[in-house]
Every structure is written in C-alpha cells, then in structure tokens.
Design a protein around this ligand. Structure first.
Ligand SMILES: [Zn+2]
Ligand SMILES: [Zn+2]
Length: 227
C-alpha cells in the first residue's frame, strides 16, 4: 500500500502542521485521525494527492476531540471522502455536529467558522474501530479520545498528551475543560504498552515512551496544577 503523508512507521503517515493529522493503513482499510484546522482540509487533500491515493479511500475519520484545530476540515472531508464514517466521543459530538456552537476563542469568532459535520457513530473507551482500540482520556475535553493499536503498539494520543521540544507536555492549560482530570488521564495512557506515540501537536515519539510519560506524570502536578 502507498504511504500517505510523512512516513513515521509502517502504515502510518503524518500530516504535519501546528496540528497533526495521521493516516493509518492496513489490510482492513484506511483510517484518518483528525481533520486539521484547514476549512478545506487542504493539507490532508494534498497528502493524498501527492501519494496518488484517492481521498475516498478513507473508510474512517476518527476525531480525537471537538477543538476547532482538529475538526474544522471534517465537513469538507465529509463532502469529498464520501465513504468515510465519522466518529467521536458522545460528550464532544454536539460541538462537532452543530447542536452546540463550536468553541472558538472569543477573539477569533468574527473570523473563524467551524462548519458542523454529521457524526456517524459515537464511540467511547473499550470500543474498537477496525484494529484500533478507543481509549477515553477526558480532561483536555470531556470527550477526548486516544486510539491505540495493541498489536503494533501505536498510540494516536490527540491532545491527551503532546510533544514539544523533545518532552511530553499537556497542551495549553487554558484550553482544558478539566486540567486535574487531564493529568489523571495520563495514567490511563501509561498503562498501554506504546512504542510509537503520535501526538496531536509536536513530533512523533519513538523512543522510551513509557519513561517519558512517567517523567510527565512526575512533574505534571507541579507544572499544571500548582500542587
Ligand atoms: Zn485540543
Ligand atoms: Zn489541539
């Protein structure tokens, strides 16, 4: 199969920007994790175009959470990747499908529109989508999800944990719906055996993921909770 995006490990391509999307492919199909901030999903469309893979190859679009930088391109993908089933957690679904207005920072409201997109399936911890296990890691948002591939030890972590300058971090604390819960959710991720961490922001981590999560767990209460 042809790799779409920047090759990370076998079957995983990264579409990189200030927010990342990922394309995971195996014999069961093509999975797109997150939709980018681009209203036209341009980085994703370009990655498929460059690879010569039609975008309607995507069978599943998995949204890690409702924030606009991850979902704004979803509506355009819905239009173009016509076979793709769109999934997210029920707690975040109303913000994505338009029942509740998308959360856009006040200053950006006059400029940024987040087109709503219908959700085909709501998913939660323990569900599976093909070979990927859904992991509910609330805190950054109530419906924050990570996607774990047990056989391949891949973790698409969304914004539950991100990378910055070689360290694991939580994204901007003010963006979190419940920061203490976000810190607690790190332990859920720590229980997974992970060789390749694919974060929503920052670079993939392929070495000593467990040690780095431990290191974050150790400093998080002080760094994020003032404890
Ligand atoms: Zn976020
Ligand atoms: Zn984000």
């Amino acid at each position: 199969m042809v790799m779409v995006g920047h090759p990370v490990v076998e079957g995983v391509g990264g579409i990189r920007g200030f927010v990342n999307a990922y394309v995971f492919q195996d014999e069961s199909g093509c999975y797109l994790i997150d939709a980018t901030f681009s209203k036209t999903a341009k980085p994703i469309r370009m990655a498929f175009e460059r690879a010569g893979v039609p975008i309607d190859t995507v069978g599943q679009l998995l949204l890690t959470h409702q924030h606009m930088d991850h979902v704004r391109g979803a509506s355009e993908l819905h239009r173009r990747a016509t076979g793709a089933k769109i999934s997210c957690h029920p707690a975040d679904a109303p913000y994505i499908d338009g029942r509740i207005r998308a959360q856009v920072p006040f200053l950006l409201r006059p400029f940024v529109r987040v087109p709503p997109v219908p959700i085909d399936r709501t998913i939660g911890g323990g569900d599976t989508v093909g070979p990927l296990r859904v992991v509910h890691v609330p805190g950054h948002t109530a419906g924050e999800l990570a996607f774990y591939h047990p056989a391949r030890k891949l973790l698409f972590s969304g914004d539950a944990v991100c990378e910055s300058k070689g360290r694991l971090v939580l994204p901007a604390p003010r963006a979190a719906s419940d920061l203490a819960q976000a810190v607690a959710s790190l332990r859920v991720l720590r229980e997974l055996e992970v060789e390749t961490l694919l974060p929503g922001h920052g670079l993939p981590v392929t070495r000593d993921v467990a040690g780095r999560i431990d290191e974050l767990i150790a400093r998080a209460p002080r760094e994020y909770l003032g404890a």
